[in-house]
Design a protein around this ligand. Structure first.
Ligand code: CP
Length: 344
């Protein structure tokens, strides 16, 4: 560590990354939400004056990019948007590779250089959808965390912790205490096999915050990674709450206080979208509609967005007063401002 101090680097042991809420306590996360509520009421502060955040997008975004960029500006900070391979050099992540292909620089240099210019590095890097055993290591963001000397924030990789915070804030704003509420995470149909990140995150946050959690998906092919199922089971047990997996739509919706919808691709068919589609196309009836919502306890409905109307959820559900998806998207800005204020 002396070498780092002599070179003027920050002590890396002091850095707190926000890659997964798994590493953060319930109290820590609640403190971020409590501060976000204050920032929502009083949005313009100078808490990020003279601070800058490098935001690297390997994938498209509407909400994440806009909410971070506007939020940083409202706190008097500077946001730098970079799209590696488009407006910034393509990056190599494999160790020891002979770099005679497309990438122009190695992640170590990228992370170290950005750490010299900026106070935080935020990363959106979706899985490659070829081999889940590789993607589940979250190699891209972990590489940045390994080499950066500033905090690294996850803007969606195999988890989406900023979405989790916004989801939690929205539920608390609307329902008050979430202790003992019945929470349903339901799989929905989509024409493409999508990332499991938001679904993984949904299990992490719902189980951590004392809800009875149900996962509804069409078959065993659509179970999430064992790591998230085990976490949800353990956290629910610790909180004296239930965790249940069901493939029965009626049993899933029955009595729910919250319905959170997301589509994701089957991990059993990972890297094999043609065969996966042959299975998935049979499950269009998992759409969230009024008939299913009638089975709930007047549940709130939400989705992280973007959402294909009348594929994932009907117009009636999206336009119902119980839908809080826009409120959740709006809260992204407030929770991210609170997070940045805390970790910087
Ligand atoms: N929910 C979410 O992260 O939206 P974007 O993909 O538009 O950023």
């Amino acid at each position: 560590m002396l070498g780092f101090l002599l070179l003027g680097y920050k002590d890396m042991d002091d850095i707190r990354h926000f890659i997964s809420t798994y590493d953060w306590t319930k109290d820590d996360l609640q403190a971020i939400i409590d501060e976000a509520v204050k920032l929502k009421a009083s949005p313009f502060q100078a808490s990020l004056q003279n601070k800058s955040v490098a935001m690297l997008f390997f994938n498209p975004s509407l909400r994440t990019r806009t909410s971070f960029e506007v939020g940083i500006s409202e706190l008097s900070g500077t946001a730098i948007i970079l799209q590696p391979g488009k407006d910034a050099w393509p990056i190599e992540f494999e160790d020891g590779v002979i770099m005679d292909q497309d990438p122009e620089e190695y992640v170590k240099e990228v992370a170290q250089v950005l750490s010299e210019y900026c106070d935080c590095i935020a990363i959106r890097a979706f899985p490659k959808f070829v081999d889940w055993n590789i993607d589940r290591t979250d190699h891209v963001i972990k590489s940045f965390a390994k080499y950066a000397s500033v905090p690294v924030i996850n803007m969606e990789t195999i988890e989406h912790p900023c979405q989790e915070l916004a989801h939690l804030m929205t539920l608390q704003e609307t329902l008050g205490s979430l202790e003992g509420k019945d929470y349903l995470l339901t799989w929905t149909y989509h024409p493409k096999p999508l990332n499991t990140a938001v679904a993984n995150s949904s299990l992490l946050i719902a189980s951590k915050f004392g809800m009875n959690v149900k996962l509804l998906c069409p078959s065993e092919d659509y179970l999430l990674d064992r790591r998230y199922l085990d976490y949800a089971q353990e956290a629910c047990s610790k909180n004296n709450k239930s965790f249940e997996i069901t493939h029965d739509i009626n049993a899933g919706y029955d009595g729910a206080n919250i319905v959170y919808a997301k589509s994701w691709g089957s991990l059993n068919f990972y890297g094999n979208p043609k065969d996966e589609f042959k299975v998935r196309k049979n499950f269009k009836h998992f759409i969230v509609d009024e008939e299913k919502m009638e089975l709930t306890n007047n549940a709130l409905f939400s989705h992280c967005l973007p959402l294909r109307r009348n594929v994932k959820a009907t117009d009636e559900v999206m336009d119902s007063p119980n839908c809080v998806a826009i409120q959740e998207a709006a809260n992204r800005k407030h929770v991210q401002k609170s997070l940045l204020t805390k970790i910087l």
